[in-house]
Design a protein. Structure first.
Length: 340
């Protein structure tokens, strides 16, 4: 298992360079209210030489597939073939509220989207008529980017069983979040079903969950640094459609999810954070001193993780603090015995 780091737009070059020096395999640029993925990775491409660049993730509702393919080809070209395209359908409320698009039938939409992207990356004009996406006509989609790479890896963010099977069938990797080692093992088994449908096995398939990380003398103190990150994720959109609330319920913490939403609706953000049990954070994050984090890393490696994403922004708002987390997690990986 190797490590990756989730970048922030503030201090991204320093984070990426340090990660590369420490032997991290990849950097991921998330996409949300603070920054887009492409701009951040374009900046980082010129600041690094070896580390892989992953959009973690580009939101499918935010751009048509032709632009996604062009952006992927451009980032891959300027980075010397280091880019991997991470895609996700996003929260349905975010899709409508931020991008003005519907997100119904996400599996069908994702399948069409990925097919168009792959055809474009293969070179030549693309004509495609699907239920949700169509390209072609008098000026069809046609990428002319230097160094076009038909086998550029495509990763999918996925949560439920059907999405995970689809990732196994049509993608080259899975990007997960808010997940425990037990949930990763279940996800990998489901992904393997999709791989079998496509006539493939898990060889070369990247399993990449990203975890909020806080290093501290004890788990409870470290967990407190992450609570607002969980409030942010679980507070998005309608509670019945929020995937993070659904995951909390699946882990047996439905009452906590309901309490968080109730307190958040009342304007009590601190109360919402306090409603989260330590167990929920502990199972879905890396918290505590370096030896404890090392043991948790070993659990994730045993579950099938190939690359473990370290989210440094939740626990620290300073560049120095985030760089310290990078170094401590590199030391933890060495201590875990799972480095590979």
């Amino acid at each position: 298992m190797r490590l990756a780091v989730n970048l922030t737009h503030q201090g991204a070059p320093e984070l990426a360079r340090t990660a590369e020096q420490l032997g991290y395999a990849a950097v991921l640029a998330p996409e949300g209210y603070r920054s887009d993925a492409a701009s951040l990775l374009g900046l980082v491409a010129g600041q690094t030489r070896r580390v892989a660049l992953i959009s973690g993730v580009m939101q499918i509702p935010a751009r048509p597939p032709g632009l996604a393919a062009l952006t992927a080809a451009t980032l891959d070209s300027v980075s010397g073939g280091r880019f991997r395209l991470g895609l996700g359908v996003s929260n349905p409320d975010v899709a409508l509220g931020s991008y003005g698009t519907e997100a119904d039938r996400p599996l069908a939409r994702t399948r069409e989207y990925v097919e168009i992207v792959r055809r474009a990356l293969a070179g030549g004009p693309v004509t495609y008529e699907g239920r949700y996406y169509a390209v072609g006509g008098a000026a069809p989609l046609h990428l002319l980017t230097d160094g076009l790479r038909p086998d550029l890896p495509v990763h999918l963010a996925a949560v439920g069983p059907r999405n995970l099977r689809l990732a196994g069938e049509i993608a080259d990797g899975w990007i997960g979040v808010f997940t425990s080692p037990e949930a990763v093992a279940e996800a990998v088994a489901t992904i393997a079903e999709g791989r079998k449908t496509a006539g493939k096995d898990l060889t070369g398939f990247e399993v990449l969950p990203s975890l909020p990380t806080a290093v501290g003398p004890d788990p409870a103190t470290a967990a407190d640094l992450l609570r607002q990150q969980y409030v942010y994720l679980m507070g998005m959109g309608d509670p019945e459609r929020n995937v993070y609330c659904a995951l909390a319920r699946r882990m047996g913490h439905g009452d906590a999810a309901d309490a968080l939403r109730e307190r958040l609706a009342a304007g009590d953000r601190a109360g919402a954070a306090a409603a989260l049990p330590l167990e929920l954070i502990d199972r879905t994050a890396l918290i505590g001193p370096v030896p404890r984090i090392a043991a948790r890393m070993a659990e994730y490696a045993e579950a099938g993780v190939t690359t473990l994403g370290i989210m440094v922004s939740a626990a620290s708002a300073t560049l120095e603090g985030r760089l310290a987390i990078l170094r401590e997690c590199a030391a933890a990986l060495e201590r875990s015995g799972a480095a590979g």
